[in-house]
Write a protein that binds this ligand. Structure first.
Ligand code: ADP
Length: 251
């Protein structure tokens, strides 16, 4: 009897081990596929501006002397593609770095938001970014360089995808603290709202080529916010505008 019992128990254990093992393999496979998709997207995104730069350089080489009017257009395109590539490389490094960096300290998010609003306002004097901060607890424990990226990304997007004022508000509700970034621009459809936080996703690739987007900004913002225990959500209506809401993590 005892023998049968032992055998039965070990069969159960083996069966359980098999389930755990299969789950582990599935999760490894999923991670690997995600990583593979990321590398393939990243290299595609990097190759495109290189190809464009090369083709303009060749155009200048072949026709530049005969058709000097081509020069201005080509140099402009080379310059903006180089800018896009630079931004892409910076953001890819940011994504890679944020996974490995662990320098944490106590941070006053209100100060960070005030600084970033000021810096962006100085860089875009023709636009208006209004900040309204209610009293509250905006302390966080985290990495200051990473946390600074969040208002940068969300305010720059608001400026890029709208023409009116951008409103930044800080408030507390039910013991939680929020920072809200509101614009009155083109808006995002319900369907697109689910995808915009994915890496490399852009609503309209052709149009966004002109705005110099990389499709990484919101993915970076989301990863950093979640790594600090917070949440990001969006509320938006086409042609009415968008509001991105950053809920701070509880300390
Ligand atoms: P990008 O570099 O293209 O701006 P993001 O990851 O920051 O990349 O944003 C992804 C996409 O989400 C953008 O291409 C744009 O279509 C849309 N989007 C982001 N912010 C806004 C906004 N404030 N208003 C309208 N659309 C937005």
């Amino acid at each position: 009897w005892e023998k049968i019992d032992v055998e039965k128990r070990s069969m159960d254990e083996i069966y359980e081990m098999e389930i755990t093992f299969n789950e582990m393999i599935d999760s490894l496979k999923e991670n690997f596929e995600k990583q593979e998709a990321f590398v393939s997207n990243a290299s595609h995104e990097l190759k495109t501006p290189i190809q464009i730069i090369k083709s303009y350089a060749q155009l200048i080489e072949r026709q530049g002397k005969k058709r000097p009017e081509l020069l201005e257009e080509s140099v402009g395109a080379i310059d903006s593609e180089a800018d896009r590539m630079q931004k892409l490389v910076e953001q890819l490094l940011l994504l890679a770095k944020h996974k490995s960096e662990n320098k944490k300290q106590k941070i006053n998010i209100r100060e960070i938001v005030e600084q970033v609003v000021q810096t962006i306002q100085n860089a875009y004097p023709a636009r208006s970014i209004q900040l309204n901060a209610e009293n509250g607890n905006y302390e966080a424990f985290g990495n200051i360089d990473q946390l600074k990226q969040i208002p940068y990304i969300l305010i720059e997007n608001a400026l890029k995808y709208s023409e009116d004022d951008v409103l930044v508000s800080m408030y507390s509700d039910a013991g939680k603290s929020f920072i809200q970034f509101k614009d009155f621009g083109e808006g995002i459809s319900d369907e697109e709202q689910e995808k915009i936080f994915d890496r490399f996703y852009r609503v309209d690739r052709a149009r966004n080529r002109k705005t110099g987007g990389t499709g990484l900004g919101l993915a970076i913002a989301k990863e950093i916010i979640e790594a600090h225990g917070g949440k990001i959500t969006v509320e938006s209506k086409i042609r009415k505008g968008s509001t991105f809401i950053w809920e701070l993590g509880q300390n």
